[in-house]
Design a protein around this ligand. Structure first.
Ligand SMILES: [Zn+2]
Ligand SMILES: [Zn+2]
Length: 351
């Protein structure tokens, strides 16, 4: 299914389930709004844990506890000393991957999972979450992510760099203090290769970038657009692999997030702020992942590739059907998800 044909289809028949295929990944998704697994199954705000404090003496990311993390890779402002910083980037004390001397002889074939794993501490404030920041603060975090991404991509061994934010226990984080993570890998993950192959295949056939085509079609269709600021657009993709997912991309084509211009980062910050606030209001403050998809090393100028961010609120759990078939089930129609988020943005009081 091409994104051209998909985006122009009429708004889904609410009575039946539909099988859709994600043009980016080939992932099959059943959109099943009739299942009744609506977003109210998400953790509601009332069930959320007690509100965080401004400072937690036991938190390794809070000011005054800098000695509990390895020395910073980057600190802003650069002249900051002691607890006067605004953003710190530190190596993860419990990394997924680390520098390796080479393969170990083992019982079964394996390679070292080598690379580096950094944490971006977004603010000294323990309780100041991304949607509560102003646009300039969010833009400053994006600039730091972009700088570290560029630095890690420039290292000879790096094949791919994953940039993401996990918010809340259901999204895979153990620490409350607002932070993002950057994992540089000395190997190219197979699912990343798979996406690259699909995007290059589409480009060869159509002569246009797949994501540029998706953006154009979603703008033409309009139903799934959540927010637009300058060249940045947020939309609920026609094939959303899980409920409430939103893609955020710029129509200024670039394969690598390292090439996003300053103006695009500002528009992205404004869009992410509106989107994260709407996500909280529309779905009852769910845990979420915010993930960057960007070109692997060696393909930073590939015309077939195009960076984007994906917001995935944790509204439902996957079960045996998904494990057994590899087909995902999404009970929130993306047209409805987009409408809910647009309404939440419309009702948001500027802070
Ligand atoms: Zn803290
Ligand atoms: Zn593009």
């Amino acid at each position: 299914m091409s994104p051209e044909s998909s985006a122009k289809r009429p708004i889904s028949q609410k009575s039946g389930s539909e099988l859709r295929t994600d043009p980016l990944t080939g992932q099959q998704v059943i959109i099943a709004p009739g299942r009744g697994l609506r977003p109210h199954s998400a953790r509601g705000a009332a069930e959320a844990s007690a509100p965080a404090r401004e400072f937690d003496p036991a938190c390794p990311f809070c000011p005054g506890n800098e000695h509990e993390t390895p020395p910073a890779v980057l600190t802003l402002p650069e002249e900051a000393n002691g607890g006067s910083w605004s953003i710190r980037v530190v190596p993860n004390l419990f990394p997924m991957v680390s520098a390796s001397d080479g393969p170990q002889a083992g019982e079964r074939p394996s390679l070292p999972a080598s690379g580096s794993h950094e944490v971006v501490i977004e603010t000294p404030r323990h309780d100041l979450e991304l949607p509560d920041r102003d646009e300039e603060d969010i833009a400053a975090v994006l600039v730091v992510l972009q700088r570290r991404l560029a630095a890690l991509l420039a290292e000879r061994r790096t094949r791919y760099v994953s940039v993401f934010k996990n918010r809340g226990g259901q999204a895979g984080t153990s620490l409350e203090h607002p932070h993002s993570q950057i994992v540089a890998l000395d190997f190219l993950p197979e699912p990343v290769s798979h996406r690259v192959r699909r995007a290059r295949g589409y480009f060869r056939k159509r002569g246009v970038c797949l994501l540029c085509a998706m953006l154009r079609d979603e703008r033409d269709a309009g139903a799934r657009i959540v927010h637009e600021a300058g060249d940045v657009v947020a939309f609920a993709p026609y094939v959303s692999p899980s409920g409430g997912q939103v893609m955020v991309a710029s129509s200024a084509h670039a394969a690598s997030f390292t090439d996003a211009a300053d103006g695009t980062l500002r528009d992205l910050a404004r869009t992410l702020r509106a989107l994260l606030r709407a996500n909280r209001a529309a779905h009852g403050d769910p845990d979420y992942n915010l993930v960057l998809y960007t070109a692997p090393a060696g393909r930073l100028q590939d015309p077939a590739l195009h960076w984007y961010w994906q917001l995935a609120p944790r509204l439902a759990h996957t079960g045996g059907f998904e494990l057994g078939t590899g087909v995902l089930v999404n009970s929130l129609d993306p047209d409805d998800a987009a409408r809910m988020l647009r309404e939440a943005i419309g009702g948001d009081v500027p802070a």
